[in-house]
Design a protein around this ligand. Structure first.
Ligand code: TXA
Ligand code: MG
Length: 343
């Protein structure tokens, strides 16, 4: 299959490309679309065949449910059987934006979208191109991140093509994702609501609306083997570069001392801006130490770069875990298969 590359600048200037993408969706095809978080691999959520093609293109395990993307609130009412009032408050506050609500599902959604669960994950993205595509397609769009299962999520159309060129119908080429990590996922199917995946909407923001919010253990730690997990996606190693990533939890001085004492062939440092001068190993910075939002936009690209350069062992500096930093840490600790050295 030849993957169409649809370059979109603004909605006004790229009407033809967006119409073409919507036509592909209506015909049951797969289109990678930009969102404010990461690129998503979109298909008509009501079309079982298209949904099964998403799983096939990504090599995604069948038991990992998809997020359904909507462009207006009317679409939500058809997809869910109940909206608890606390969910309604969060939706009003955080949509459109990087926030996914898990709610009891209605019957119109094929069970494969939700991996057989009785709940559905829904999000209204703020990216205007994503919204225009949903609107034009006229259907809700199931869209996981547009990467091969197990590799870092794509924050550019080029990342998408590296993983999926020739496997999907089209890619909308529209520059870099703003947030850079996937949406915050909260389930309202349990009481109190539970944060399953941290993202662009922070735990601190959520707690203003849901003081009793529970943070799922899987956010910080490796799920126990064989035990059920609230969010199936969390049990996979995920965001996983080929390199063996080890997180070093320390200050800049101790980090440099440790990494300089463990140099070798294809050993890299994934560090912060100011660290590079004191390191002898090849370094890739993922941003300013105190700027979690910047780290979020750079982390996945940095992980892909490490792989491209042939990195075998990577010592990554531990990010701060406040605000969006919790999402950065959550992704990095999965890339590191939960290996952290505290100095
Ligand atoms: O920002 C995002 O959320 C991106 C963009 C494209 O919107 N999408 C994304 O999708 O990250 P994906 O499939 O890579 O991650 C969806 C996560 C998985 O961890 C999955 O297990 C969880 O949401 N999930 C989906 N439906 C669920 C459900 N009904 N119950 C629990 N977890 C669910
Ligand atoms: Mg994903």
């Amino acid at each position: 299959m030849i993957t169409e590359k649809l370059v979109v600048t603004t909605i006004e200037e790229s009407k033809g490309e967006i119409s073409r993408a919507a036509e592909i969706i209506r015909n049951g095809g797969l289109v990678a679309m930009p969102t404010e978080t990461v690129y998503g691999l979109a298909a008509n959520a009501l079309n079982e065949k298209a949904v099964s093609d998403i799983f096939a293109a990504k090599g995604r395990p069948q038991d990992n449910p998809l997020i359904v993307h909507i462009s207006n609130i009317e679409m939500l009412n058809n997809l869910v059987s109940d909206i608890p009032s606390v969910a309604q408050k969060c939706i009003s506050k955080f949509w459109p934006g990087p926030f996914t609500a898990i709610l009891p599902k209605s019957d119109i959604i094929p069970s494969s979208v939700c991996a057989g669960l009785d709940t559905i994950a829904i999000r209204m993205p703020s990216n205007p191109i994503a919204r225009a595509l949903i609107e034009k397609s006229g259907v809700p769009l199931a869209a996981p991140s547009a990467n091969l299962s197990g590799s870092p999520s794509p924050t550019t159309a080029e990342h998408v093509l590296l993983d999926l060129d020739g496997k999907i119908d089209a890619v909308i080429m529209a520059g870099k994702s703003d947030v850079g990590v996937e949406s915050t996922v909260v389930t309202f199917a349990v009481n109190p609501p539970r944060l399953l995946r941290p993202g662009g909407i922070t735990a601190e923001q959520l707690r203003k609306i849901i003081p009793e919010l529970v943070i799922d253990k899987a956010v910080f730690s490796e799920p126990e083997k064989g035990k059920p997990v609230a969010s199936p996606g969390m049990k996979y190693k995920h965001y996983s570069p080929k390199a063996n990533v080890i997180i070093i939890d320390s200050n800049a001085e101790k980090y440099a001392e440790y990494v300089n004492g463990h140099t070798g062939e294809d050993v890299y440092a994934l560090c912060f801006d100011g660290d590079t001068e004191s390191l002898v190993a090849p370094c890739i910075s993922y941003g300013n130490e105190n700027d979690s939002a910047e780290q979020a936009t750079r982390l996945f690209d940095a992980l892909r770069t490490l792989d491209n350069q042939g990195c075998k062992i990577c010592y990554a500096r531990m990010p701060k875990t406040q605000g969006v930093g919790l999402a950065v840490y959550n992704r990095l600790i999965r890339a590191a298969a939960f290996e952290v050295i505290k100095l």
